[in-house]
Design a protein around this ligand. Structure first.
Ligand SMILES: Cc1cc2nc3c(=O)[nH]c(=O)nc-3n(C[C@H](O)[C@H](O)[C@H](O)COP(=O)(O)OP(=O)(O)OC[C@H]3O[C@@H](n4cnc5c(N)ncnc54)[C@H](O)[C@@H]3O)c2cc1C
Length: 446
């Protein structure tokens, strides 16, 4: 590196923090500006009127490679950040079957193999065969014909491979709607395979982890601390109002009505704020047209402290046929100081976007009852956490619209899970986007 550049990173989510780590390592003067009161973005926790809340239920998947590498790089041990739970449950509403699958060939090989063959009332053997055939064909198509696969909804693709509607409803809908808020008749087959293919590639490393504490406390905070120790600056409560510059180059950002100059600006926000910032200086610039056409979806989560645990273990549980996408009891893992702590991701966030906490509490109590969880009379306090512009939509046709990190505008780079990287809207994807953004800047200076 010849001279250190002044680099402003907008957003202290995993993408922005990863970019900052790589750029302070390279000796640049990095300033991270975050509008929220804590770092972490969608992987954050904070105190809300005395209750510790988080953006929403998160699971760390064992096949991630970039996130664990980043954690080790900043001096964290994965085992301090994550408590392995390695189980996924399904409970079909109103007395339907339930199933408990294990997900770790390393830690529980026998249990994982045995449980894969059990629960035939939930998923008959013939349907397992159809699912395996569909996943195998989809994985090949993902690698050979990704654009074509992105045009097909996963429900159609599955039915075309002999998967029954019941299996779509019980197994596929909970994953697409429960995790990414898009029903299977709209969710791109390409995107589902984007979750499956890395899983095949590192089958042995599968596993499901819960966080060992609040996500800012155990993960995002220490990453930001690393940036500070290496000479970078991280400001919270600092919203970037606009970019400064034009198509000939971005030269800074506007904060608190003042201009902060920079050699490089990395916009590392989620999709909605990124569109607004880009249009603040580059309205109508055609390179960003595809990105402008991408839609995003909101998320709505319910979190409550209870006087008893809602389930015996902290197991991520999908609840097909209910308003709840998935839930987990967290008093054995993330919030171990509490008697009980349930976290729920709502399956149709748009329906609940305007509900009050009281209304959402009633909905969750009713829906939880349908899958055998009794919350009535047990809730001490509850919060609704909504993010209006959360994931870029994983519907068919969106994937080719995702922008690269490198832009044609001098001084402007993008990062964030919606930018081009292989791991969809996940923590791993956010980290990869940050790595790619930093690489784009470092390559340019060579
Ligand atoms: C409910 C929920 C459940 C999830 N579950 C999982 C899971 O189980 N596993 C998994 O791997 N992933 C999960 N994810 C996805 C994962 O959290 C995200 O993909 C990832 O954290 C995105 O990181 P990011 O840095 O791209 O964006 P963000 O985390 O959104 O970071 C962007 C940051 O930019 C800031 N910002 C925005 N505008 C401005 C501005 N004008 N000025 C300054 N700052 C600004 C925001 O405040 C935010 O901090 C989940 C997400 C949610 C919401």
């Amino acid at each position: 590196m010849s001279t250190p550049q002044r680099i402003i990173v907008v957003g202290a989510g995993l993408a922005g923090l990863t970019t900052a780590v790589r750029l302070v390592d390279a000796g640049h003067e990095v300033t991270v500006l975050e509008s929220a009161g804590v770092v972490g973005g969608r992987t954050a926790d904070w105190d809300e009127d005395g209750m510790q809340v988080e953006t929403g239920l998160h699971r760390y998947l064992g096949f991630y490679t970039k996130l664990p590498r980043l954690l080790r790089h900043v001096g964290l041990k994965v085992s301090d950040v994550v408590v392995w739970r390695d189980e996924i449950a399904f409970r079909v509403a109103d007395g339907g079957p339930s199933a408990l699958f294990s997900a770790s060939l390393i830690r529980h090989p026998v249990r994982t193999a045995v449980r894969a063959l059990k629960h035939r009332d939930f998923l008959p053997l013939r349907q397992r065969g159809a699912m395996v055939r569909m996943l195998a064909a989809g994985s090949v198509a993902y690698l050979l014909r990704p654009t074509k696969l992105d045009q097909v909804p996963i429900a159609d693709y599955a039915r075309g491979h002999g998967v029954s509607q019941q299996t779509v409803d019980r197994l596929i809908a909970p994953l697409t709607a429960g995790l990414f808020f898009v029903p299977p008749d709209k969710f791109s087959a390409h995107n589902l395979m984007g979750v499956v293919v890395p899983y095949w590639r590192s089958l042995i490393k599968t596993g499901v982890g819960a966080f060992s504490g609040g996500m800012t406390e155990v993960m995002s905070g220490p990453i930001a601390e690393y940036v500070r120790k290496k000479g970078g600056t991280v400001h919270v409560n600092t919203r970037v109002q606009s970019l400064v510059g034009d198509a000939n180059g971005i030269t800074g950002v506007r904060v608190h009505d003042k201009v902060l100059e920079a050699d490089q600006v990395v916009v590392a926000t989620s999709l909605g704020p990124a569109k607004a910032l880009i249009d603040s200086a580059l309205e109508g610039h055609e390179w960003f047209d595809d990105m402008r056409r991408m839609e995003s979806t909101p998320s709505v989560c319910f979190q409550a402290e209870t006087d008893v645990p809602s389930t015996a273990e902290d197991t991520a549980t999908f609840t097909p046929g209910t308003e709840m996408g998935c839930f987990a009891e967290q008093s054995r893992t993330t919030f171990s100081h509490l008697d009980g702590r349930i976290s729920v991701i709502m399956a149709t966030p748009k329906t609940h976007a305007d509900s009050t906490t009281e209304e959402l509490t009633e909905t969750v109590i009713t829906e939880a009852r349908r899958v055998g969880v009794d919350l009535r009379g047990h809730i001490r306090r509850a919060r609704k956490v909504g993010i209006s512009d959360d994931f870029y939509s994983l519907e068919c046709g969106n994937d080719p619209l995702r922008p690269a990190q490198h832009t044609p505008i001098p001084g402007l780079t993008l990062a964030g899970d919606y930018t081009q990287q292989k791991y969809l809207a996940t923590m791993e994807g956010a980290v990869q986007s940050g790595e790619l953004a930093a690489r784009a800047i470092l390559k340019e200076e060579r």
